[in-house]
Ligand binder design. Sequence first.
Ligand code: GLC
Length: 426
Amino acid sequence: MKPRKFLAPAAAVAVLALTLTACGGGSTGGSGGGGDAASQNLDSRGPITFVTGKDNSGVWQPTIDRWNAAHPNEKVTLKEQTDNADQQHDDLVQHFQGQSADYDVVTVDVVWSAEFAAKGWLQPLKDSMKVDTSTLLPATVKAATYNNTLFAVPVSSDGGLLYYRKDLVPNPPKTWDEMMNMCSIAKQHNMSCYAGQLAKYEGLTVNAAEAINTFGGKIVDDQGKAAVNSPEAKTGLSKLVDAYKSGNIPKQATTYQEEQGRAAFEAGQLLFLRNWPYVYNLAKTDGNSKVKDTFGVAPLPGKDGPGASSLGGHSAAVSVYSKHKATAHDFAQWLLQDDQQKFFALKGSLAPVTNALYKDADITAKLPYMPTLLTSIENAVPRPVTPYYPAVTKAVQDNTYAALQGDKSVDQALSDMQAAIDAAGH
Ligand code: GLC
């Protein structure tokens, strides 16, 4: 076998199956089929627990209340995790490893699907567990599919947007360089210019990938092989690093996850913010927001035109260890129906997974940037799809962070990133 670990999904599963068999581990098998646990409790109904990251948008309890009112014998209990994507991931891994029946339906970030499916933790959504995905955005379905099997129900998509102060910048920048030139406006107003998610966690991978992809680079190639040590990736990563060094990105931005950046923007401290759609509703309605009437939304700035967003989003998966899988399945499927999807958009400005809702009159009246968001999602670049994603994202995070801090040159960071991605899974 070649000394690399990123293979086309089918080949990756075959390798993993062999690895698990050879190790005598993996009671559920590595075929992504879920083995024994996946064949149990399929028809069983009863109360279930739904697990999701911190509900910044306040959409989950009202949604679950509606479900519970209609299903008194199959009530759902909400369990909220923290708002940090890495901690959410680790919490799920711990529960799956313990074969816990406490988590019935779990929220899976698009970048965890391959890992969790390959480990046999997610119930394959086929046969009696089938879900109709025909009305959904293809990228959301693809992100929930592994080895040609659907393993989760897309619930919300995510695409990066540029939030900007339209009172200070009447025409938002179309390119990264234009945006950097506008940083003089921030200085005049005693504000910081730009921030995204640059703390060392999954958000940094999102932002680094966007910089790299926007300038024509790639993290892995079409075969899944590390391809990040390229002149294009160097240009992209250098844009971020240079902006940080020059102060166009403020020092504290390397502590920002989504929520800290939102707080700075709402406090009027930032001219430009890269963030996800959920920020729109909060920046408009939050009691603390000073920018309610003064911000606009634009595509991410790119090289010559719009930049490349990383594809984000979440799906609802049924744990193979759930004792009430018929209820879990029905609840997950119910989440993608128009009523729920519309509620998520209207109440939380979350990106629908249903194509038609981007043209829905109620939604576009409230969220005028829906066409921009749809374009962002349709052109978004998935982060690497691999069961070894934790090692890949660590390679991107560690080296990007070191380059930002000046501990490594961009060249060194990319060459170390390349080597660490190559070694992932070994
Ligand atoms: C958002 C995205 C998700 C991403 C995370 C990073 O929640 O939807 O895909 O991994 O942000 O912080």
